[in-house]
Design a protein around this ligand. Structure first.
Ligand code: GLC
Length: 553
C-alpha cells in the first residue's frame, strides 16, 4: 500500500514560522522552511486548518472553507506552498473539519436569519417537555452541548465550543456541500486529507438523554450511520484519485470500528488516529488530572491495538504527539535527566511499529512543554474552561493550575524553536504563545551537535528502505515485562526485534537465540550493545530509556 512506507510531518501553521512579523505563523513562513522539511525526508505534510476563522478554537471553527485566513496568508500562498512542497516530492495533507462549522459561517448565519433551508444544516431542537435541554450531553470543552439558537425556542448542538455548530449529515445537501470542499482542494493538488473528529458525524435524528451512569459519548460515536457516510465521502471525493492518503481522527473509538474504517475492502479510509494510549495518565476517565502514567496500561493498549488492527486487515496512524496533546516526552520520558534518550526511544517505538508514523513539529528536536507561571500565559479555550470547572469543583487555584500545566493543548502549540533567541527564531515580535525552552532546545543547535534530529532522519530512511519495517507483521514480545515495551516485526523470513526501555533504570530482557545471534540495526546510544555478550547469560541489559532494534541472525 502506498502509505505504509510513508512518514507524515505535522505542521501547526500558527506556530511554525512567522514571515509577516505579526507574531502568528503563516503560509509564506512554511514556504521558507520547505528546505528544512525536505531535509527530514518525510513524504507528506499535514497542515492544521488555516481557513477563514474567528479562531475561537484555533482554526477548527471554520467560517469559510474556500479562503485562507488573512492572518495566515492568501490563496496564492496556499497554491505556492502546495507547489513548493511538490517540487521536493512532498505531498500535502489538509485538515477537513466536516463535523461542524463556526457560528460565523454563512450557513449558520442564514439559518439564524430564518432561512429554513439552512436551518436544516444543523441540529436544532426544542427543549424537552420538562424544560431541560434537548439532551443531557456534555460539550467536549466543558458545559452542556446545547445553546440557544438566536432568540428562538430552539437550541443548536455543539459537541465542541459554543461557536462550533454541529452539521446535520442526515441532510444530503450538507454532505454534497462538504464533498465540494474536499474536491475543491483536491483540484488544487492536495492529496492528503485528515478528517477531523469524523466518527461523531453520525448522531441520530431522534436524540435521547444519557441514562444515569451512561457515557454520553458512546451514544453518538461510531454509530452505524458513520460507515455509509464515510463510504459516500470516499466515492464522491478522493476514491478515484491515485496517491491520496486519508486519515480519520476518531474520538473514543474501538479496535473493531477502526478495522471497519480502514480495511481496504470497505472503501472508507487509509488509517485512523485513535487516542486510548494517550489517556494512560488520566485519573480514571478524567483528563484534567495530574497522575503518573500507567506503563502496563500503555503497553497493553499499544499491543492490543497493533494486534487487533492487523488481525482485521486495517491500518493505524502511529504517533505520540499532535496539536491537542501535551508533549509525549514530558509524559512518558525524563526531560531532566535523559532528554535525548527518552526523545529517541519514543521515536523508535512509533516509527518501527506497524502503522504510518507521524512526526509533530518540534518532536524531532525534542521540544518540551513550556514552563508558564499563570493562566494568562495560556490561550487555548479548552484549558481556560477546564481551569474554571476545576475551580468550581473546589480544587485549589494552585492545583488547578498545576493540572493545566500538565494537560493543556498549548503545551504542543508553542512556536517551533529555530534558534536560541528571545522569540526562538519564530518571529521578530512577541509570538501569540511564548516559547520557554529555546536556549537549550532548537533546530540550530540540534543540527550542529544534537542526536535527536539525526535519529529521526535515520528512522524515516529505514521505513523507506526496509519493507520489513513498512510492511512487516507485528507480534508482541515480553508482554509481561514491567519496564520494557517490545515487539517483533516479520517480513519474508526477515525478523526484527524492537525493545524500548521506558524508565531511567537498567532493564534486563531475555534475548531469544535468533536475536542473540543477530545484529543491531539501530540503537539510540552511541555504543551499541554487544549481543554475543548477551548470549551466554541469555539476557540483554537495556540502559535508561534505551531503544534497540535487532535483526535476527
Ligand atoms: C479535533 C482537533 C482539535 C479541535 C477539535 C474540534 O480534535 O484536533 O484541535 O479542537 O477537533 O474541531
Amino acid at each position: 500500500m502506498s502509505f505504509h512506507d510513508k512518514v507524515i510531518y505535522q505542521v501547526y501553521p500558527k506556530s511554525f514560522y512567522d514571515s509577516s512579523g505579526n507574531g502568528i505563523g503563516d503560509l509564506r513562513g512554511i514556504i521558507e522552511k520547505v528546505p528544512y522539511i525536505a531535509s527530514l525526508g518525510v513524504d507528506m505534510v499535514w497542515l492544521n486548518p488555516f481557513f477563514v476563522s474567528p479562531q475561537n478554537d484555533n482554526g477548527y471553527d471554520i467560517a469559510n472553507y474556500y479562503e485562507v485566513d488573512p492572518e495566515m496568508g492568501t490563496m496564492a500562498d496556499a497554491e505556492e506552498l502546495i507547489a513548493a512542497l511538490g517540487r521536493e516530492g512532498i505531498g500535502v495533507m489538509f485538515d477537513m473539519v466536516l463535523n461542524h462549522v463556526s457560528t460565523e459561517h454563512e450557513w449558520f448565519q442564514r439559518a439564524l436569519a430564518g432561512e429554513k433551508e439552512y436551518q436544516d444544516f444543523f441540529y436544532l431542537r426544542p427543549a424537552q417537555a420538562d424544560g431541560s435541554l434537548p439532551t443531557n450531553w456534555e460539550s467536549k470543552f466543558g458545559g452542556p452541548c446545547w445553546s440557544q439558537f438566536g432568540n428562538t425556542d430552539l437550541y443548536y448542538m455543539h459537541l465542541y465550543d459554543v461557536t462550533q455548530a454541529d452539521l446535520n449529515w442526515h441532510n444530503p445537501r450538507v454532505r454534497e456541500e462538504l464533498f465540494k470542499v474536499v474536491n475543491f482542494w483536491k483540484d488544487k493538488g492536495v492529496r492528503g486529507f485528515r478528517f477531523d473528529v469524523l466518527n461523531v458525524i453520525g448522531k441520530a435524528e431522534e436524540l435521547r438523554d444519557a441514562t444515569p451512569g451512561e457515557n454520553d459519548k458512546l451514544i453518538y460515536t461510531d454509530t452505524e450511520r458513520v460507515h455509509p457516510w464515510v463510504q459516500e465521502l470516499h466515492r464522491a471525493t478522493f476514491g478515484d484519485t491515485e496517491g491520496t492518503v486519508t486519515v480519520g481522527e476518531m474520538s473514543s473509538t474501538t479496535i473493531d470500528s477502526s478495522v471497519h474504517y480502514t480495511n481496504p475492502a470497505n472503501e472508507e479510509l487509509d488509517m485512523v488516529f485513535s487516542f486510548h494510549h494517550l489517556k494512560v495518565d488520566y485519573d480514571g476517565a478524567e483528563k484534567w488530572s495530574a497522575v503518573p502514567f500507567d506503563f502496563m496500561a500503555l503497553k497493553g493498549l499499544l499491543t492490543d491495538w497493533a494486534v487487533g488492527i492487523q488481525a482485521g486487515g486495517g491500518w493505524q496512524a502511529s504517533f505520540w504527539n499532535n496539536h491537542d496533546q501535551p508533549r509525549a516526552i514530558n509524559r512518558f520520558g525524563d526531560v531532566e535527566r535523559y532528554h535525548a534518550e527518552s526523545a529517541t526511544m519514543l521515536a523508535a517505538a512509533v516509527h518501527l511499529t506497524r502503522g504510518t508514523p507521524y512526526i509533530y513539529q518540534g518532536e524531532e528536536i525534542g521540544m518540551v512543554d513550556p514552563v508558564y507561571s499563570s493562566m494568562a500565559n495560556y490561550v487555548d479555550v479548552e484549558s481556560h474552561n477546564a481551569f474554571d470547572i476545576l475551580r468550581a469543583r473546589g480544587v485549589s487555584e494552585d492545583e488547578a493550575f498545576r493540572i493545566v500545566t500538565k494537560k493543556s493543548r498549548d503545551n504542543s502549540r508553542t512556536p517551533m524553536q529555530w534558534d536560541a533567541s528571545e522569540f526562538a527564531g519564530f518571529s521578530q515580535v512577541k509570538p501569540w504563545l511564548m516559547p520557554t525552552s529555546q536556549t537549550e532546545i532548537n533546530v540550530e543547535r540540534e543540527e550542529a551537535e544534537g542526536v535527536i534530529l539525526p535519529f529521526y532522519r535515520e528512522l524515516v530512511r529505514l521505513r523507506h528502505e526496509m519493507p520489513l519495517i513498512a510492511e512487516g507483521s507485528y507480534e508482541p514480545f515480553a508482554r509481561e515485562h514491567e519496564s520494557v515495551y517490545g515487539f517483533v516485526r516479520e517480513h519474508e523470513g526477515q525478523r526484527l526485534l524492537v525493545l524500548c526501555n521506558f524508565y531511567g533504570e537498567d532493564a534486563a530482557v531475555h534475548l531469544p537465540a535468533e536475536f542473540a545471534a543477530g545484529s543491531v540495526l539501530l540503537c539510540n546510544y552511541k555504543n551499541e550493545p554487544a549481543l554475543d555478550a548477551a548470549t551466554d547469560a541469555g539476557t540483554l541489559t537495556l540502559r535508561p530509556y534505551e531503544a534497540v532494534a535487532v535483526l535476527a541472525g
